[in-house]
Design a protein around this ligand. Structure first.
Ligand code: NAD
Length: 417
């Protein structure tokens, strides 16, 4: 068996190459789309609470901006690397194209462990990073958003920092902000709501009823915890959830509201009453109808894919499945709703937030959720139709749609000068 690729950028390029082959893209177009357009590396000092100064490294990568301004989240994690940010930027390009919103792809990150920083240290790190990447940021050029370990407060500090430099408030420079400063209704739940919509449709297509389905969710942050809640509200039995410290399991179903309270009070799911402790590795192989990886990359690999028991996998996280695992799951007839479609609800409502900020005209939550549902359903149906037409799986179907749209925009704009 070939060695499982685990470098996220190599995975992103391999996925693109497969779509490019099927589409018969020209060598020139392939070369343009394989590489990020811009990569910024910043090394910057941050004063710690004890007076020491520590150096941090951060990145901002723009993959392709032919369909609109660069858009993509900011990740704070010790695991951040330039290749990870490149991969995430490329996936953002395809994601925006799959759902048909006028953005290009970008991503940013800082190598740090935010759990080891005080609030004031986190604020200084955020403001200095925002200053360093402000050469790229702007409401018409590059609009960041939250990702792993970043949240509305961090978006608020970034928006404030950028606005201080400009001398006036620029809410449209960042999305995922608190409502008080131009955030959008529904943004906090948006990624998970999108996950809920595509899970509902995929269950329907598999002939399953949500109320008969058991669900396992990996990751209990913004995307995982809200997905678990919304799937529970849709009637599914959520049998296991996890965070970085491990998982909890109850085959009869977990009370998600209790899990949310427990996680908030104790900082983790460990010790949740009426559950059995399991590892993240065990969680992925539990018997269930639907598995929702909502944590990070490379969770489903050639090693564990043969033992996955779910009938449906909905990739709420970015890049949770390696290409080898993908082939195994495909051969086993397990339906995978790919990340660039499944988690596109977040960037879709980020788009609504940006539009609202630019127009200074805000919409009601119902309107936002309805528009999100329309966009997610349209993208899901178009992906299924493409996959059926090309006799392939949903990942390739989504890539064929996305790469065609980005290649068309790139072709029409032409090569400058
Ligand atoms: P988050 O920081 O809010 O939550 C991450 C969760 O994953 C936490 O519960 C954490 O404990 C857990 N986790 C971290 N490392 C883990 C490990 N090694 N094993 C198991 N669990 C681990 O982040 P988030 O915003 O919910 O993002 C989760 C995923 O969803 C990421 O892949 C992100 O790129 C993707 N995503 C997020 C958004 C968004 O709007 N926030 C949008 C699209 C995609």
């Amino acid at each position: 068996m070939a060695i499982d690729i685990v470098n996220p950028y190599d995975i992103a390029v391999a996925q693109f190459d497969e779509a490019a082959d099927r589409l018969g893209l020209s060598q020139a177009m392939r070369a343009i789309l394989r590489k990020p357009k811009r990569e910024l590396i910043v090394n910057f000092p941050v004063r710690m609470d004890n007076g020491d100064v520590e150096m941090y490294t951060g990145y901002r990568v723009q993959h392709n901006i032919n369909r609109g301004p660069a858009k993509g989240g900011i990740r704070f994690s010790p695991e951040v690397s330039l290749d990870e940010v490149r991969a995430l930027a490329m996936w953002m390009t395809w994601k925006c194209a799959v759902v048909g919103i006028p953005f290009g792809g970008a991503k940013g990150g800082v190598i740090c462990d935010p759990h080891k920083l005080s609030r004031t240290e986190l604020e200084r790190l955020t403001r200095r990073y925002a200053t360093e990447i402000s050469v790229l940021m702007g409401p018409d050029s590059d609009i960041p958003a939250p990702d792993m370990n970043t949240n509305p407060q961090i978006m608020a500090w970034m928006m404030d920092t950028f606005s201080m430099h400009m001398g006036y408030s620029v809410p449209a420079v960042i999305t995922g902000k608190p409502l008080a400063i131009g955030g959008s209704e529904g943004r906090l739940e948006a990624t998970a709501r999108g996950v809920q919509f595509v899970t509902r449709e995929a269950m329907h297509d598999l002939g399953l009823r949500p109320e008969d389905c058991s669900v396992v969710v990996q990751g209990f942050g913004n995307v995982g915890s809200i997905s678990a809640r919304l799937l529970h509200e849709m009637g599914c039995r959520v049998v296991a959830v996890s965070d970085i410290q491990g998982g909890v399991y109850n085959p009869h179903g977990i009370d998600i509201h209790k899990a949310l309270r427990h996680s908030k009070e104790h900082g983790s799911l460990r010790g949740l009453p009426d559950t059995e402790a399991i590892t993240n590795a065990e969680l992925l192989e539990l018997p269930c109808d639907a598995l929702v990886p909502a944590a990070l990359e490379n969770q489903l690999t050639a090693k564990n894919a043969p033992r996955v028991k779910a009938r449906l996998i909905v990739e709420a996280a970015n890049g949770p499945t390696t290409p080898d695992a993908d082939h195994i799951l495909n051969d086993r007839g397990i339906m995978v709703v790919p990340d660039i479609l499944a988690n596109a609800g977040g960037v879709t409502v980020s788009y609504f937030e940006w539009v609202q900020d630019l127009q200074r005209f805000f919409w009601a939550e119902l309107e936002i959720n309805n528009r999100l549902e329309q966009i997610m359903m349209r993208a899901y149906r178009a992906t299924c139709a493409k996959a059926e037409e090309q006799e392939t799986n949903l990942r390739i179907g989504a890539y064929l749609l996305a790469v065609t749209r980005v290649a068309e925009a790139t072709e029409i704009r032409g090569v400058y000068p």
